[in-house]
Design a protein around this ligand. Structure first.
Ligand SMILES: Cc1cc2c(cc1C)N(C[C@H](O)[C@H](O)[C@H](O)COP(=O)(O)OP(=O)(O)OC[C@H]1O[C@@H](n3cnc4c(N)ncnc43)[C@H](O)[C@@H]1O)c1[nH]c(=O)[nH]c(=O)c1N2
Ligand SMILES: CC(=O)C(=O)O
Ligand SMILES: [Mn+2]
Length: 492
């Protein structure tokens, strides 16, 4: 067993990768699992899908005609290939496809689409780039998938205010390319080139959160279309101040709402200066406990890490690198590889961002899929959470890969399993439940960054408490009284 641990200061991220030899013998693997853990409920493959529509042909034709009047014939599709693309994301959850996909071009059209759907009591599911990890785009009731990618303007760029307002079709990489010449960037980085409004919708983070925070800390305003077509600006139209104490924080009500409360049709984001110097490195630890302890020491020393990557002036970066090098060496790290040049850093971080696909490539097969857990625990509990998880994996000889954002206390276990095997499917389900149960016992959360979607809603009452969940349901009912916005997600 060998761990590799990589860190850098531009993207304060730590990776744990644990490689298990794959064993196809899943017999006896259940033996020490708790009997109370329910079997996993979604044995599925990305390739299968179910028909969910409750339409008859006449209603569907009327709906299509009415939506066509709103968006125009080139911006509506009932082709099966388009519908299939819009009924799933990158998670293990089975595709459930919409009846119709529409591609509105502006906020007014989104509002008109919402009015038609509300009038006909048809469900609506916002679609960004489909990179979600919790089944958020799955159309549980068929209905209309609203693909917002054709709204791709950068509306307002206030360089002096470090602020930009983007439409849903603008992705993270596209924005950073646009800003590069001005020495600014938007640092929240989930790896995937997701839409920024989709990232707001899932409260994404990924790398860089230690230094820059998550989407919750980096959205200043949102334009939202509610289910009845009403258009609101959560902080007031055009406003993009660094802070505000005016009224309730509606912006953060919609951040992380996963399309269940409305369509985000623009997001005003906070920008940052690109640091002068960045350095990254990779090193190995033999034990996860030593790696986590080393990271804790680095954070306690106040080193300017971003992903456990360094940012700053050249001199500061050199000093920080030397402090981190000493701490890691003391903790038993070996095999340091430094990467200061842009191409070397990009190579390191590309390897990190592609980890999910690299894992998938280790077990090719038509029915093989991945399930990534996403728990986050207080950093003081991280060593316990990870070492106990490791033990589970070893006890069950289950191929699982642990990686994560150690500086945040957030880690993923990525399981590869055969959806055609009931035994494998159930075991993966049970182990991932166990990982969540453990995180909740340690005062953690079932999802640090992927969202609640389908898979985590069963934990919400235990995590947030019955009264909080009851309030969430009341808010949902107020904003979406007919339950048409992305049904079946987030709330149990
Ligand atoms: C390889 C890889 C690696 C990672 C990740 C994915 C992949 C494929 N992710 C997950 C993913 O990138 C993240 O969930 C994105 O924020 C989703 O953005 P999309 O635009 O793809 O939304 P997508 O289209 O997948 O939709 C996600 C949810 O948001 C809703 N939604 C989308 N756009 C909306 C809008 N404009 N208005 C209202 N609702 C909207 C949808 O209805 C759905 O419920 C991740 N994430 C992370 O936080 N950290 C990480 O480390 C990673 N790592
Ligand atoms: C999948 C994911 O969240 C990650 O690679 O960090
Ligand atoms: Mn992640």
């Amino acid at each position: 067993m060998r761990f590799s641990f990589s860190w850098s200061t531009r993207h304060q991220q730590v990776i744990f990768k644990q490689r298990f030899n794959f064993s196809s013998n899943f017999n006896n693997l259940n033996r020490s699992l708790n009997a109370h853990i329910k079997p996993f409920s979604l044995p599925s493959s990305q390739r299968s899908f179910s028909k969910t529509s409750s339409f008859n042909n006449i209603d569907l034709q009327i709906l299509k005609e009415r939506l066509c009047e709103v968006v125009g014939p080139p911006n509506i599709s009932t082709a099966e290939s388009t519908r299939l693309q819009h009924g799933k994301d990158e998670s293990h959850h089975r595709a459930q496809i919409p009846d119709i996909v529409v591609f509105p071009s502006n906020t007014q059209e989104v509002s008109e689409v919402a009015k038609v759907c509300t009038d006909m009591k048809v469900t609506m599911v916002p679609f960004g780039t489909g990179t979600g990890m919790e089944g958020g785009c799955v159309c549980t009731h068929g209905g209309v998938s609203v693909d917002l990618s054709r709204m791709a303007e950068i509306r307002e760029y206030q360089q002096a205010d470090f602020s930009v307002c983007v439409e849903p079709g603008v992705t993270r990489l596209a924005l950073n390319e646009y800003l590069r010449g001005d020495g600014l960037w938007f640092p929240v980085d989930p790896g995937a080139d997701a839409s920024l409004c989709g990232m707001a919708a899932t409260s994404a983070s990924g790398t860089n959160a230690v230094r820059y925070g998550t989407m919750r800390e980096n959205v200043r305003n949102l334009e939202v279309v509610l289910s009845d077509g009403t258009i609101i600006h959560t902080a007031g139209q055009g406003r993009h101040t660094v802070k505000s104490s005016a009224g309730y924080n509606l912006t953060n009500l919609f951040v992380g709402s996963e399309g269940t409360l409305g369509f985000i049709t623009s997001a005003t984001l906070k920008l940052y200066g690109i640091p002068d110097t960045m350095t990254s490195a990779v090193c190995q630890f033999d034990e996860v406990e030593r790696a986590v302890t080393a990271v804790l020491h680095v954070l306690q020393c106040g080193v300017a890490v971003a992903r456990i990557e360094f940012h700053g002036s050249e001199k500061q970066t050199e000093e920080d690198a030397s402090v981190v090098g000493d701490i890691f060496a003391d903790a038993g790290a070996s095999g340091f590889q430094w990467a200061s040049s842009l191409s070397e850093r990009n190579r390191l971080w590309k390897a990190r961002h592609d980890t999910l696909y690299a894992i998938l490539a280790t077990r090719p097969g038509p029915q093989i899929t991945q399930l990534s857990t996403d728990v986050c625990v207080p950093i003081s509990q991280l060593t316990k959470a990870i070492t106990d998880t490791e033990k589970d994996l070893e006890d069950h000889k289950l191929p699982g890969y642990i990686l994560g954002h150690v500086g945040d206390g957030n880690y993923h276990v990525t399981f590869l399993y055969d959806t055609g095997s009931e035994t494998e499917t159930q075991l993966v389900g049970k182990l991932s439940e166990r990982i969540v149960e453990r995180a909740l016992e340690l005062n953690g959360t079932c999802t640090g960054e992927h969202g609640t979607g389908f898979g985590k809603k069963k934990y919400l009452v235990r995590e947030a408490g019955p009264d909080s969940v009851s309030l969430m349901k009341q808010i949902k009912h107020l904003l979406d009284p007919h339950g048409l916005m992305n049904p079946g997600k987030v709330l149990p």
